[in-house]
Design a protein around this ligand. Structure first.
Ligand code: ADE
Length: 234
């Protein structure tokens, strides 16, 4: 998979993809991640990428030209219907659909080239959405100063689901949300820490009982914190 990030703050990403699972996936050529400065695609002599909104109002809006130029350069066409199969152009914005594990799985399974456009200021010229974007995505119902943290969230959530990214010792199948509910609690040694004891069931070696306990605890947590996840049928 190839992931291209378009941002006016490339420095923001300098080391963020160089740790843990993402670093390992890069080294194993499971994913290639490139970060591009949107200003490099501006033909304005001051490298401007934003302008005042038509109709007035506060703030600045990303101009369409540098983004169209970037997409032409990275994908080879600005015509969405001519994007090669497996190409996704994602605009990170608070107006998008809220990102869920299901979507991460879809990208990991179906996408081979993802371009992430990090919005800024008051927004991005809507013609970018109309012509180029395949998915407008928000990472939650709050407003960030820009799409950069959201791009990092998407990269992490997607890359760890790519075949072989996690290695043999871990599996995405046991993640929270992988079966639609939260994860169960986990414990390690010592069995008694400051008088706080690990539940007996985890120490008795009965795997059927342990599985049953884990499922019950996962449901308990979900019922307590995320009842909305259970509405589809407990
Ligand atoms: N940009 C600003 N807020 C955002 C959000 N919640 N998700 C994605 N991109 C954003």
């Amino acid at each position: 998979m190839k992931i291209d990030v378009l941002t006016i703050f490339p420095e923001f990403f300098r080391e963020v993809f160089d740790f843990g699972i993402i670093r390992r996936a890069k080294l194993a050529n499971i994913v290639e991640i490139n970060v591009y400065d949107l200003r490099d695609f501006s033909d304005d002599k001051h490298k401007r990428v934003d302008d005042r909104p038509f109709g007035g109002g506060d703030g600045m809006v990303f101009k369409p030209e540098p983004i169209f130029a970037a997409i032409e350069n990275l994908i080879g066409t600005c015509e969405r219907e001519n994007y090669p199969n497996g190409t996704k152009v994602v605009l990170l914005s608070p107006q998008g659909r809220v990102f869920k594990q299901e979507k991460a799985k879809k990208f990991a399974a179906d996408a081979s080239h993802i371009v992430l456009i990090c919005g800024r200021y008051e927004g991005v010229d809507e013609r970018v959405n109309d012509a180029l974007v395949t998915d407008e995505i928000s990472i939650g119902d709050y407003v960030l100063s820009g799409g950069e943290p959201a791009a990092i969230v998407l990269v992490d959530a997607i890359v760890r689901l790519l075949p072989d990214a996690l290695g043999s010792e871990t599996s995405a199948e046991n993640d929270s949300f992988s079966d639609g509910i939260l994860d169960c609690p986990h414990y390690t040694r010592p069995a008694d820490f400051l008088g706080m004891k690990v539940p007996d069931v985890l120490l008795n070696g009965n795997h059927a009982e342990i599985e049953k306990w884990r499922k019950e605890k996962a449901l308990e947590k979900t019922r307590e914190f995320r009842k909305d996840l259970l509405i589809k049928g407990e």
